[in-house]
Design a protein around this ligand. Structure first.
Ligand code: KG4
Ligand code: ZN
Length: 348
């Protein structure tokens, strides 16, 4: 079976085609980062307009690259939420128009479910059950994933997401949006321990986290620095920040594995591309004889492949009758605010 995946929830237009036997056939991503950079963050209306310009062009490109005709697609998977309303509407309306024209099911995917399952595009892929650490620009959560569709929230950030903290730190260090990769590069050249920053909630009994205090600590350091533009200071501050984030996430990930007895850790979302975090989690897993799984590097940030994988998994779990029903359904929705629990339990 072949599933076309469409992602347009934020500032990346992602399209991918996967085959149930052969895996990922082709994929393409257009990132709007350059367009939003001048504003220091994503401008929703500009994002929607750009998705409109890209989505069909990219879908044609992916199909051509895979050598597959539209009529050979068995289903379309699309990010239904959460995300920017206008941006989601672009993807969902194109997906449903395509589904209606071809008489095939359209599967609405929760964006985080896509990230969660993206590590299954790696080799070897994690088997269920696993602990998932989702670290993106909008979310930082630990989930227990017992099986496809069975997700239990174990803990999450009470304020800023880790990616958001990276982006704000980058801004304070005079780096461009999105800041994760820039902060990571600076940190590489900083001296560990030169600037110590707080590790909020490191020793709290639960798996909740908080990153807003860390951001304030970075701000205070910048304000108090004799020369905040000094290169050594910037590198050491980035290092202090990254070490604090990694310490919190590694400590909590270890606690999540200990309390659940599950020794597989899947890390996904944009921040899972971070080298220091990857190294920290791999080392922590090794100590416990556990194993860490990451999506392929180019599929850590938003992309169509993760949506196609989630859609394919759902399609495989549907009966023929459910597939026919899905192919006949005319109405559709974009769900800017939608929890993973709601997505996994539509009857709740
Ligand atoms: O998953 P994602 O692409 O979009 C959301 O769903 O939010 O994550 C984007 C976030 C941004 O905050 C970006 O700064 C962060 O991922 N990010 C990184 C790295 N690459 C992207 N953070 C740290 N290190 C990186 N290498
Ligand atoms: Zn994402």
């Amino acid at each position: 079976m072949k599933v076309l995946g469409i992602e347009s929830s934020c500032d990346e237009t992602g399209i991918a085609l996967i085959d149930s036997e052969k895996g990922l056939l082709a994929h393409a991503i257009h990132t709007q980062i350059d367009m939003h950079r001048a504003y220091g963050g994503v401008v929703p209306e500009l994002a929607s307009r750009d998705h409109i310009r890209r989505v069909i062009v990219l879908a044609d490109q992916v199909l051509a690259e895979a050598g597959v005709k539209k009529t050979e697609i068995d289903a379309v998977a699309v990010t239904e939420g959460p995300g920017l309303a206008g941006a989601l509407l672009v993807g969902t309306s194109v997906a449903h128009a395509l589904g209606y024209a071809l008489g095939i099911p359209v599967i609405g995917v929760h964006h985080l479910e896509g990230h969660l399952l993206s590590a299954r595009l790696a080799d070897p892929k994690p088997e269920f059950p696993f602990i998932a650490l989702l670290v993106s620009g909008g979310h930082t959560q630990f989930m227990k994933v017992s099986a496809f569709g069975q997700y239990e929230l174990l803990g999450e950030t009470l304020d800023d997401a880790a990616g958001e903290a990276f982006d704000k730190t980058a801004q304070l260090l005079g780096e461009c949006y999105p800041g994760g990769p820039a902060v990571s590069r600076l940190a590489d050249e900083g001296t560990p321990g030169a600037i110590e920053l707080p590790r909020p909630m490191l020793h709290s009994k639960n798996l909740d986290m908080s990153f807003s205090g860390l951001k304030t600590a970075v701000l205070t350091q910048v304000h108090n620095a004799p020369d905040p533009k000094d290169e050594t200071f910037r590198r050491n501050l980035a290092r202090g920040f990254v070490d604090a984030v990694v310490d919190v996430l590694v400590t909590k990930a270890t606690k999540a594995m200990k309390t659940t007895g599950i020794n597989r850790l899947v890390v996904a979302g944009g921040v899972s591309a971070n080298k220091q975090l990857r190294n920290g989690l791999i080392a922590a897993c090794k100590k416990r004889r556990a194993r860490a799984y990451f999506p392929p590097m180019h599929l850590c940030t938003d992309n169509g492949a993760m949506i196609a994988v989630a859609g394919m998994t759902r399609l495989m779990n549907m009966t023929d009758e459910q597939r026919e029903q899905a192919a006949r359904r005319l109405g559709f929705a974009a769900k800017p605010r939608w929890t993973l629990t709601q997505a996994a339990n539509p009857d709740l």
